[in-house]
Design a protein around this ligand. Structure first.
Ligand code: PLP
Length: 408
């Protein structure tokens, strides 16, 4: 019994998983592409042309969208899309609370009010039933996040949006290459926003992009990311309140070579995710999230499973996650609390932004999100999901090792 506990890597025993999972993945082709731009001297992007424009076309076409506008990061991508939708100060935007800060903070930065609605317990995505309940005469936009790379219930959200004449901006920061009923995530709503930050499934260190089929949105986002210039206008002619949010040619060069790998990598993560689901479903006290509503391809930016501490002799999720990480599985307990508990919201540290006085986040409570944060969710990072079937077997083995030691 003591022996099983001593065997845990956290207590000095041998690690179950000895392999490292590199990220990002690159080779000479990526390096050559960067060197070529570096040597050309044309590093910047004053005209939104060259490799940047070419990459935008490639990415739009990969997503099955008409247009794409690249920019400095995924947060700015979301904000440009929101502003281009024509929101006014005080308008409400429905967001989930189980997400990165930017999904909600960019709403405040656009002088709008994020309204948090709870997630579905089985997918951790925005619950359409809760969305419908949260709609008021101020609601303008629904901002679903395809969390971890699993598609939201887009049919239900689109039905609600069209019934209430709302726009949908997809936060697809986790979802490059993922699919819902055969359509690429990000290409389904009015606009879809992606991040190329260093942990993301497609990365250039930092960066972002928005895809859309709507020409008016495209023109406005294009202007906003390029200091308010407009198509056909002069260099010193500024029509809209934009900024320099342009991607560099160096980033575009890297994204171009990285994009060539994306489909194969996505298929691999999806395949491994399905395999790991089958393994983990057999472990008492471990339940992978349910595959979503008509999703055809999950990007597994994060592989998430639910942990039931009662089957692990009441070992807390925090302790379990630390043990799993020590066993060599790149894993972690995920968000420690719902987004609405951040001081930004609770203390209303909104600075110069014009947020109505009456807004109050201290009473917000989304029970499923709280459960995911405090009790259930354990995350495994996307680079692990590029491993082999044997690596997936080792993840299951590491969990069983912890369970045997906890229950000994
Ligand atoms: C769900 C989600 N939305 C938006 C973003 C913002 O992207 P960026 O970091 O590129 O600004 C992130 C980044 O982690 C994210 O996870």
């Amino acid at each position: 019994m003591e022996d099983l506990k001593q065997q845990l890597a956290l207590n000095g025993g041998p690690k179950t998983m000895k392999k490292e999972f590199p990220w990002p993945i690159f080779d000479d082709k990526d390096i050559d592409a960067i060197v070529e731009v570096a040597e050309s001297g044309a590093w910047g992007n004053p005209d939104c042309a060259g490799l940047v424009e070419q990459f935008e076309r490639n990415f739009a076409s990969y997503c099955g969208s008409k247009y794409a506008v690249s920019c400095v990061n995924g947060s700015v991508a979301l904000r440009l899309a929101l502003i281009a939708c024509g929101v006014k100060p005080g308008d409400e935007v429905i967001v989930p609370p189980y997400t990165f800060i930017a999904t909600a903070s960019i709403v405040l930065e656009s002088n709008c009010v994020p309204v948090f609605v709870d997630i579905e317990p089985e997918t951790y995505n925005m619950d359409p039933v809760e969305v419908e309940k949260a709609i008021t005469d101020k609601t303008r936009v629904i901002l679903p996040v395809h969390f971890a790379g699993q598609s939201c219930n887009m049919d239900a959200l689109q039905e609600i949006a069209s019934k209430h004449k709302l726009r949908i901006i997809e936060d697809a920061a986790h979802a490059h290459g993922g699919e819902y009923k055969g359509k690429k995530l990000g290409s389904i709503g009015d606009a879809g926003c992606f991040s190329f930050q260093s942990s993301k499934n497609l990365t250039s260190g930092e960066g972002g992009i928005i895809v859309t089929d709507d020409e008016e949105l495209y023109d406005m986002m294009n202007s906003l990311r390029n200091v308010g210039r407009v198509k056909g206008g002069q260099w010193y002619e500024h029509h809209n309140l934009g900024c320099n949010y342009r991607l560099t040619q160096l980033q575009a060069a890297l994204l171009t070579t990285q994009l060539e790998r994306l489909e194969e990598q996505t298929q691999k993560r999806n395949e491994n995710g399905l395999y790991l689901n089958a393994l983990l479903e057999k472990i008492d006290g471990i339940r992978p999230l349910t595959r979503g509503h008509g999703e055809t391809l999950h990007t597994y930016h994060i592989y998430i499973f639910k942990y039931d501490q009662s089957k692990f002799n009441n070992l807390s999720k925090r302790e379990f996650a630390a043990m799993l990480a020590a066993e060599g599985v790149p894993s972690f307990m995920g968000y420690p609390e719902p987004l609405y508990k951040q001081p930004l919201f609770r203390e209303k540290n909104f600075m110069c932004y014009a947020i109505p006085e009456a807004v109050d986040y201290t009473n917000v409570c989304c029970p499923e999100t709280e459960r995911a944060c405090y009790v259930d969710a354990v995350w495994i990072m996307q680079n692990t999901m590029l491993g082999t079937k044997e690596d997936m077997d080792l993840i299951a083995e590491a969990i069983l090792k912890i369970q045997r030691a906890a229950c000994a």
